[in-house]
Design a protein around this ligand. Structure first.
Ligand code: MEV
Length: 431
């Protein structure tokens, strides 16, 4: 399978934009909206998004290449500041592509809203009342979101949970399971929960506490898998061992999972999605049952490395910032996704790819080597080097293997002094 992005990283910015434009069928305006020549979000739009605006904060937007997901070539926009993430995801995607690409699927499409009753006098009576009035409560709930219902979504189910309080009383929590279609659904479900507050208090004679969605969306799991045959048994077993390490030791598990999120968060940011919600949901899901574990599982079996990602990802392709932010809109077009489920599945594949890249490096040459070129270039930039000076400082830092900001500043000063001396010599020769 030849990748449509072969050689992409060697192209100039303009050439990369041209290749992307052709691949995703973008207009000149849409390329402009990616913000290469200044922020695409206007200050007026920003004023509508948050409060007390004083400016705009921009991040690099890169394209992770070579992804083949469920038989489709996908270019993945990633908004991220950390060096090597885009390159590492692309390298893994290339490897997986040679082996048939990623397979993904969604297991469930429901989000959860919670209506809390801090204490209920008789939990049995409470549950019976809710159950007996289930149809009426569902009607009130769905009447709150007629547009969602018209699109085929809506509240599907009510579930009563009973929780023991430390004071010996019982708390009840009503879960509303909602199909939000292509919205992330936070605003929708919060509205529905609040609309049910009055009717529920009247029906049960109990007082409602909080009404809010849950970010632990274990009703909206996404799976991504891949299988790699061109791998040595040593590396395959080492990567399997790395998963075991992540599962038995929470200190390692946290870093392992951070590496997975390195792939997911940049896609969420690029598409204007609530990455805090996904982060909270995934880490919480990984500690369900009281033990934190790895988001991914790698096994070396029958001469193949088999990887699996399984976690909740609630995202949207309509509503919120996804359609307001000009770059987010174009990022969705680049991804070629209409539906939230497709975006979630791409996120899962990207997380699996990113994790594979980290484990491959950690199990072979180590993580430092791969990070060094761009890290050195970053330090040169932070030291104040300009476009022409950055490669000179970067090269010297790497030659010396002393990659620190203070050394970058010293080297920059030496380079500038040497250049000034050379200019003076040249002037004397001429004069
Ligand atoms: C760095 O951003 C991510 C890693 O630490 C992930 C890992 O250790 O698996 C390299």
């Amino acid at each position: 399978m030849t990748s449509p992005f072969e050689g992409f990283s060697k192209l100039t910015l303009e050439q990369r934009q041209a290749r992307l434009k052709e691949f995703a069928g973008l207009s000149h305006e849409e390329i402009e909206a990616l913000g290469a020549s200044g922020s695409s979000l206007t200050i007026d739009q920003a004023e509508h998004l948050i409060e007390n605006v004083v400016g705009l904060f921009t991040l690099p937007l890169g394209i992770a290449t070579h992804f083949n997901i469920d038989g489709r070539d996908v270019a993945i926009p990633m908004a991220v500041e950390e060096t090597s993430i885009v390159a590492a995801a692309s390298a893994s995607a290339k490897w997986v592509r040679r082996n048939g690409g990623f397979k993904t699927r969604a297991l469930g499409n429901l989000i959860i809203g919670q209506i809390q009753f801090p204490t209920v006098r008789d939990p049995e009576v409470f549950s019976n009342l809710v159950e007996a009035n289930n149809a009426m409560l569902l009607t009130i709930a769905n009447d709150t979101v007629p547009n969602l219902v018209a699109r085929g979504g809506g509240i599907r189910e009510l579930q009563v949970r009973r929780l023991a309080r430390p004071d010996g009383e019982t708390m009840a929590v009503l879960h509303l399971l909602c199909d939000p279609c292509d919205a992330m659904g936070a605003n929708l479900i919060n509205q529905v929960c609040e609309a049910l507050k009055g009717p529920l208090e009247q029906l049960t004679g109990e007082s409602v506490g909080l009404c809010i969605l849950s970010n632990l969306v274990d009703t909206k799991l996404v799976e991504a898998t891949c299988e790699i045959s061109d791998i040595t048994p040593e590396l395959g077993i080492a990567i399997q061992e790395a998963t075991l390490f992540a599962n038995v030791d929470q200190y390692r598990g946290t870093t392992h999972n951070k590496g997975v999120m390195n792939g997911i968060d940049p896609v969420l940011i690029a598409t204007g999605n609530d990455w805090r919600a996904v982060e909270a949901g995934i880490h919480s899901y990984m500690s369900l049952g009281g033990r934190y574990h790895s988001i991914t599982e790698w096994k070396y079996e029958d001469g193949k490395l088999k990887g699996r990602f399984l976690a909740p990802i609630a995202v949207g392709t309509v509503g919120g910032v996804t359609r307001i932010h000009p770059s987010a809109r174009v990022s969705l077009k680049i991804l070629g996704v209409q539906h939230a489920e497709d975006l979630a599945r791409i996120c899962a594949a990207t997380g699996l790819a990113q994790n594979l890249a980290a484990l491959r490096a950690l199990c072979s040459e180590g993580i430092v080597q791969g990070h060094m070129r761009l890290h050195a270039a970053n330090l040169a930039l932070a030291a104040g080097a300009d476009k022409d000076e950055i490669p000179l400082v970067e090269q010297k830092l790497r030659q010396e293997a002393r990659i620190t900001l203070s050394r970058a500043k010293e080297l920059l000063e030496q380079i500038r002094l040497a250049q000034a001396a050379a200019l003076e010599d040249a002037a004397q020769l001429r004069g």
